[in-house]
Design a protein around this ligand. Structure first.
Ligand code: C2E
Ligand code: CA
Ligand code: CA
Ligand code: CA
Length: 276
């Protein structure tokens, strides 16, 4: 408990220092966010720096609450995870991402969505994803799931089994935030994944920090040797993009290319690149 500005005590119980009361209010708003059309899906391009072409989009949830304003995703995702609302939120995002993937006429573009460990643990997760994949009549390799290493702690074999079912259906798997977790490089070859996403924290000081650059260079080489694609996340400058490219990684995602944007803007971005 912590004394607040009004001199009374509030109980804090998460990293954002939200009081129980605020969390409760936020949760009741969050539960209505889909119905109230406050929850929307943004898309951030994934870009081939050598070919100068968009190869994919990552779907990212945005909550513009009437009551709380723009709420940071990490904040409402955590709230959703702790309260079970993540299932509905996740399903909403899957439908948005799949409909968006369907609306893109260009072949070879893959739309990814994030799945939290809690979603992956649900018994009906794979059935749902596959049912939706069929419903939207999507091409193989046109959608991907981004999972984090924390998904693997609970039951490695069980998760691998689920991922295999998804890949058998033509859905790609990306390992997100790579390098930040418990990162045993040795399990990489056991996983049915198509790409690793190098976390932004590795990209941040890649230009100035020689040791960082060597680590990133090594990760990229290893991943490529295991036949995995590598996407560098959080690339903000031309210098970072060039540095990453010199390390052998041509796939980048970050503000240098584009911030996450609404669907129509993402499509416009795609069309603009094509017409030059
Ligand atoms: P993430 O999956 O690692 O997503 C990448 C985050 O980096 C996004 O933050 C994106 O906006 C941000 N980003 C991308 N490029 C740059 C850059 O150049 N500079 C900077 N400073 N940031 C960049 P965002 O959208 O705030 O999402 C934060 C996290 O919330 C995501 O991290 C993901 O873990 C979670 N999240 C977002 N949407 C969903 C969702 O639909 N489902 C689940 N389960 N998690 C989600
Ligand atoms: Ca992600
Ligand atoms: Ca990430
Ligand atoms: Ca992250």
């Amino acid at each position: 408990a912590k004394k607040n500005s009004k001199g009374s005590y509030e109980i804090y119980n998460d990293q954002y220092g939200m009081s129980i009361e605020r969390r409760f209010q936020m949760l009741s708003e969050l539960k209505l966010s889909i119905y109230n059309k406050e929850l929307v899906c943004y898309y951030q391009p994934q870009y081939d720096y050598d070919k100068k072409a968009v190869v994919g989009f990552e779907s990212l949830a945005r909550w513009n609450s009437k009551k709380f304003g723009m709420v940071p995703p990490l904040q409402f995702i955590e709230l959703a995870e702790e309260t079970g609302f993540i299932k509905q939120l996740g399903r909403f995002m899957i439908n948005q991402a799949f409909a968006f993937a369907k609306s893109i006429s260009d072949p070879g573009i893959c739309v990814s969505f994030n799945a939290s460990p809690i979603e992956l643990m649900q018994a009906d997760f794979t059935d749902y994803v596959i049912e939706r994949f069929c419903y939207y009549e999507l091409e193989p390799e046109s959608v991907a799931i981004e999972i984090t290493e924390s998904c693997l702690i609970e039951s490695f074999d069980d998760v691998v089994k689920k991922l295999k079912i998804l890949t058998d259906c033509g859905i790609s798997i990306y390992l997100d935030d790579f390098g930040t977790g418990f990162s045993s490089l040795s399990y990489l070859k056991e996983l049915p994944i198509h790409a690793v996403k190098i976390d932004k924290s590795f990209i941040d000081n890649i230009v100035s920090d020689r040791v960082r650059r060597d680590i990133v260079d090594m990760i990229i080489r290893l991943a490529h040797r295991l036949n995995l694609k590598v996407i560098a996340e959080g690339v903000e400058t031309k210098e970072q993009a060039q540095c990453i490219s010199e390390c052998g990684c041509n796939l980048i995602q970050g503000y240098y290319i584009s911030k996450p944007v609404p669907g129509e803007e993402a499509i416009a971005f795609l069309d603009e690149l094509k017409t030059g």
